[in-house]
Design a protein around this ligand. Sequence first.
Ligand SMILES: [Zn+2]
Length: 275
Amino acid sequence: MAEGDSIRRLAGRLQHTYAGLPVLASEYRRGGDLPVRFTGDALTEVAAVGKHLLMRFAGGRTLHSHLRMQGSWRTHRPGWRPRPPASGRRDVVGAWFDFGTAGVLAAHDMPVLDVVPTSREHDVIGHLGPDILAADWPGRFPEAVANVRAAAGLPIRAALMDQRNLCGIGNLWAVESLFIGGIFPYERSARVDAAKLLDLTHRMMVLGLRNGTQATTGDLRRGRTHWVYGRYRRPCRRCGTPIAFRAAGPGPYDRETWWCPSCQPPSPDEPAALP
Ligand SMILES: [Zn+2]
């Protein structure tokens, strides 16, 4: 899943492979606009902010991308060029960069792909709250906690996913950390200890980043990597209760959710904030 930790790993890989190399040929085109030329420029740095990827070039431009559910950056053999997509095929190459013997880096099916002056990156990432995996997270932790608390009437699961509160958490980490915290996903944010939950999620994601895995159970065997994510009707690994599921709703942060009704009960005294 393209969440904060996987985007950070991707940024590290791209930085390691391509930073400092000149672009020998390239293509980037948005809609009907004239193509933007990167040929002759050099990639200097690749950074992750939340789930956003920033590729900075020596010429003072930044290519901003966001993978959402379908996008990918892929490396192709030296000399590769994209073929026009056959009718009906979804795979569209939005940009490619030829780095000579290091290969060709291409954006496939990328839903967000913009070029901004590096001095104006704020325009594309300025709305994001503190990044749960950034070095400045400890200093910005109180801000993130306050943001989640301010979403008092909303379900905690949506407050965790709203990247304006804090960024980098995707659906998988949200669902799994709520299970480990024993929190009903649709509990009102005001009734949740946000500091405890954010600290728990941060520690889980740092461990995942360090170990290069999104397994939350500590068990890397196929089918055993998660507590509740993707496990509808299967027995809870802790108590055996069948895992519950709720489909995604219309809200931008109302994604599909799994939880254990026994390990994550709603508060008995107040109705939950079901969307
Ligand atoms: Zn359970």
